[in-house]
Design a protein around this ligand. Structure first.
Ligand code: IMP
Ligand code: MG
Length: 188
């Protein structure tokens, strides 16, 4: 195992725990969608969910397509604006297909609820959510995520695809940053 990154205060979810849980999520999806007539398309919301998506689809043992959306609602800070700015839409025709949105984290739920609305308008057979993380915050839009990897407390996390100011996405585990790191990035 590699040494912990010096900016990380504590590891919340290790690489092994992550692998095990993502495998379970893939098994659940494989079970639930087996024998479906309509095609499955897993849509990842860039950029945070790219790593989760890559690991998840390799644990789903069914034919599927992969597609990507790029949405901005956060800027480089830590709070959601709630405005869905679609920078890149899905490339495939999702009408009549079973869509599974692979999302990194549900925080306020604003990004996801808007994304679901956006995809539903294209006439898919169904839309379900597979979220790696769900944050326990008080200010949440109700999201019925069928697959959730981990429930976490309301703190800012990085790694396994999640960033702070575009850094730390490549850490193989999920961790909490040292408070001094925020001070450096925000205040120069
Ligand atoms: P929401 O609209 O508040 O649910 O924001 C969801 C998006 O915010 C996620 O897709 C992430 O990109 C980002 N986000 C929320 N919480 C965190 C965090 O703790 N670390 C890194 N990114 C986060
Ligand atoms: Mg994201």
């Amino acid at each position: 195992m590699q040494a912990m990154h010096p900016d990380i205060e504590r590891v919340l979810i290790t690489e092994d725990e992550m692998r095990e849980r993502v495998a379970q999520m893939g098994q659940a999806i494989t079970r639930d969608y087996a024998g479906q007539e309509a095609g499955i398309i897993v849509v990842s919301v860039l950029r945070g969910a790219a790593i989760f998506m890559a690991d998840l689809v390799r644990e789903i043992h069914l034919p599927l397509e992969m597609d990507y959306m790029a949405i901005s609602s956060y800027g480089s800070g830590v709070k959601s604006s709630g405005v869905l700015n679609v920078q890149k839409d899905v490339s495939s025709d999702i009408a009549g297909k079973h869509v599974i949105i692979a999302e990194d984290i549900i925080d306020s739920g604003l990004t996801l609820s808007k994304t679901i609305e956006h995809l539903r308008a294209m006439g898919p057979a169904s839309v379900q959510v597979a979220a790696l993380l769900h944050k326990n915050t008080s200010n949440q839009v109700e999201i019925d995520a069928r697959y959730v990897g981990f429930e976490i407390e309301d703190e800012f996390v990085v790694g396994y695809g999640l960033d702070y100011a575009e850094r730390y996405r490549n850490l193989p585990y999920l961790g909490v940053l040292k408070p001094a790191v925020y001070a450096t990035v925000d205040g120069q």
